[in-house]
Design a protein around this ligand. Structure first.
Ligand SMILES: [Zn+2]
Ligand SMILES: [Zn+2]
Length: 241
């Protein structure tokens, strides 16, 4: 993530991959930050060079952008920053690492936001592709991060490996009579999310799957709810042991 969110502690040196002895970022680390910011800005629309340089906290962003253009990662035509294939591929990977790390930290380790963000930012520079796909599988190939932003799909999501039983999975994967604690919900709309929460379907509630067909029937405490089938794919649960 960008330094705005990362919040380096003044006077303390950073070490590890991507940081040199003096606590400065290496160029490859800076390039990763730039790609990541570019991706998130582009999710909202086209990105102008000017706007990008205002947003970035990388000190030599201007210079690095030009180097990235020379390496054919990005293009800087007509005052716009756009991805070329290589840059887009790299950015997608960083975003995937960051957002999966967020899911892992918030859902599995139940870290609060203030701890989650800096750790996710470190994870994104460390996780290798194999570990990442295991994390994705373990989490049930989540489609979004805890902030609701899409997680780029990886090879594991396409193959949908079942070698490792996911800890978190869609409600529809529970067997009849099984109980799960809701971990996250990925509704198609905000209104739908509000409707679900008004019914008590919120992260933390324990639900029991009573029926799948012809309607989806859930029990929450003393309440029985009949819901449409989509719900089974939108609500993710951790199985209750
Ligand atoms: Zn996020
Ligand atoms: Zn996956």
């Amino acid at each position: 993530m960008n330094r705005a969110n990362e919040g380096p502690v003044p006077g303390r040196k950073r070490h590890g991959r991507g940081w040199n002895e003096a606590g400065e970022k290496s160029e490859s680390h800076q390039r990763e930050e730039i790609l990541e910011l570019l991706w998130t800005m582009r999710e909202k629309g086209p990105v102008s060079v000017e706007e990008f340089l205002q947003m970035t906290e990388e000190e030599e962003a201007d210079h690095i952008l030009r180097k990235m253009e020379r390496d054919e990662w990005i293009s800087l035509k007509e005052g716009q920053v756009a991805f070329l294939e290589e840059g887009e591929r790299r950015a997608e990977e960083i975003i995937r690492r960051h957002r999966l790390a967020e899911r892992l930290l918030s859902e599995v380790f139940e870290l609060e936001e203030k701890y989650m963000e800096p750790s996710a930012c470190q994870f994104e520079h460390i996780l290798n592709p194999q570990v990442l796909d295991s994390v994705c599988t373990f989490l049930g190939h989540p489609p979004t991060c805890p902030h609701g932003k899409p997680i780029p799909r990886g090879p594991c999501c396409a193959r949908f490996k079942r070698e490792m039983e996911p800890l978190v999975r869609p409600l529809a994967d529970l067997k009849l009579g099984e109980e799960g604690r809701i971990v996250f919900i990925t509704p198609r709309s905000r209104i739908r999310l509000e409707r679900l929460s008004s019914l008590g379907l919120i992260p933390g509630s324990v639900v029991r799957l009573a029926q799948k067909r012809p309607a989806f029937v859930l029990e929450i405490g003393e309440t029985t709810l009949a819901l449409d089938e989509d719900i089974g794919r939108e609500v993710y649960v951790k199985k209750n042991k």
